[in-house]
Design a protein around this ligand. Structure first.
Ligand code: KG4
Ligand code: ZN
Length: 374
């Protein structure tokens, strides 16, 4: 049931100001508009996202981005059926800009409001252009802030997530960005590392792989990825061999010594994600895997996951790279599904920078084990 019409999504959890319009009932494809204003150039000189600058830039960009998304969809606010907004996790000041805007718009236009978990949005991005598996499946979210592996439980009107593993320390995108910075690449460096390794033929440096660990935090035993040891191995190697990072203006394609380190690092990250994920897929008795989040745009990661799933006859869904990285169509899609299920959020909805996801997708309902599938 998706009868509520087009939903506007708003995403401001980090350094992209995004608005999108999605109509889940549209046969030719649900996305009516997708506008993203990136703050990469603003933060790059600082080597990472500066939270206060991010909030201020969202304030400037968001009204323009929303207007552009509505124009792209050929709608005004009266044509909308609801407003969906990311409420967490993310930078609190940045989240509050999107949330305040969404609340004002919902109130002024008398539209239902729905708060969306950022990772629920990433998972729904997989189904903007592909069918959702009919039964339970695994969903791996790999981004600048997360490495989270969920079992998504079928048979509910809204997605139910069971958290199976997460990272103990760095997220994989964070590791890409830190290793890139160490070797002199501009922030964020994930996409640049991906491209360089494709362009420059090198023998990758070999780095040790961390085994997936047990994480007994919060009274729940999850398995845990870990990427900070790899980052330290890269730093030790750079120091040991006396590798000079890229100088200002130096073309990294002229530095196969640097690319060999980046290639070895990327191989290790991909191995440390593919191996445990496929093992857990088997342990959970599942045959469908979804991989989303900014790092799922990585060429090597996409190829290795596709090969590993093909080898065991499992279905894999990885969205096109534009839906891997942060966007608001994914937030609109997640919100539209929950609005269609009869949910909505109150105007007292608040941002939560550390919002958990282990239970139903709704951010304003208590988490718990899913009931039996019908
Ligand atoms: O999902 P996303 O856009 O934002 C977060 O929610 O974090 O992910 C951004 C992260 C950054 O760390 C960026 O370096 C990484 O995704 N990334 C990549 C690639 N494209 C983006 N990492 C590896 N290979 C890529 N092609
Ligand atoms: Zn994200």
């Amino acid at each position: 049931m998706t009868g509520q019409g087009p939903v506007l999504g708003i995403e401001t959890s980090c350094d992209e100001t995004a608005a999108g319009v999605v109509d889940l009932a549209r046969r030719s494809g649900p996305v009516l508009a997708d506008v993203v204003a990136s703050q990469v150039a603003l933060h790059a000189p600082h080597g990472g996202v500066v939270p206060e600058m991010a909030s201020r830039q969202h304030l400037v960009d968001l009204p323009v981005v929303v207007d552009r998304a509505l124009a792209e969809a050929g709608l005004d606010v009266d044509g909308l059926g609801g407003v969906a907004v990311t409420v967490g996790p993310g930078l609190v000041g940045a989240l509050l800009v999107g949330l305040s805007y969404a609340k004002s718009l919902a109130l002024a236009a008398d539209l239902p409001l729905i708060g969306v978990h950022h990772l629920d949005g990433h998972v729904r991005a997989a189904f903007l252009e592909a069918e959702e598996p009919a039964g339970d499946y695994l969903a791996l979210v790999v981004s600048g802030g997360h490495a989270s592996l969920f079992r998504v439980v079928a048979g509910h009107a809204v997605p139910w997530y069971r958290l199976l593993a997460r990272t103990l320390d760095d997220a994989p995108g964070e590791a890409f960005d830190k290793v890139g910075k160490l070797l002199g690449l501009p922030y964020p460096s994930g996409a640049a590392i991906d491209r360089l390794v494709l362009e420059v033929p090198v023998q990758p440096v070999s780095f040790p792989r961390a085994r997936i660990k047990s994480d007994g935090g919060r009274g729940v035993t999850h398995r845990a990825f870990s990427f900070s040891g790899l980052k330290t191995s890269v730093r030790h190697h750079v120091e040991q061999v006396g590798l000079q990072p890229l100088g200002p203006g130096e073309d990294p394609r002229d530095r196969p010594d640097v690319v060999a380190v980046l290639a070895g690092f990327q191989e290790a990250v991909v191995d440390m994600l593919v191996g445990p994920t496929l093992r857990i897929l088997g342990e959970e008795g599942l045959d469908a895997l979804v991989v989303v989040g900014g790092v799922s745009a990585n060429t090597l990661l996409r190829r290795r996951f596709a090969e590993a799933c093909a080898a065991r006859g499992a279905r894999i869904v990885i969205p096109a790279p534009r839906w891997s990285t942060d966007n608001a169509a994914m937030i609109a899609a997640a919100g539209a599904l929950r609005l269609a299920a009869g949910e909505h959020s109150g105007l007292d909805l608040n941002a939560d920078p550390a919002l958990a996801l282990d239970g139903p997708a709704g951010s304003d309902r208590p988490a718990g084990p899913p009931s039996e599938s019908p």
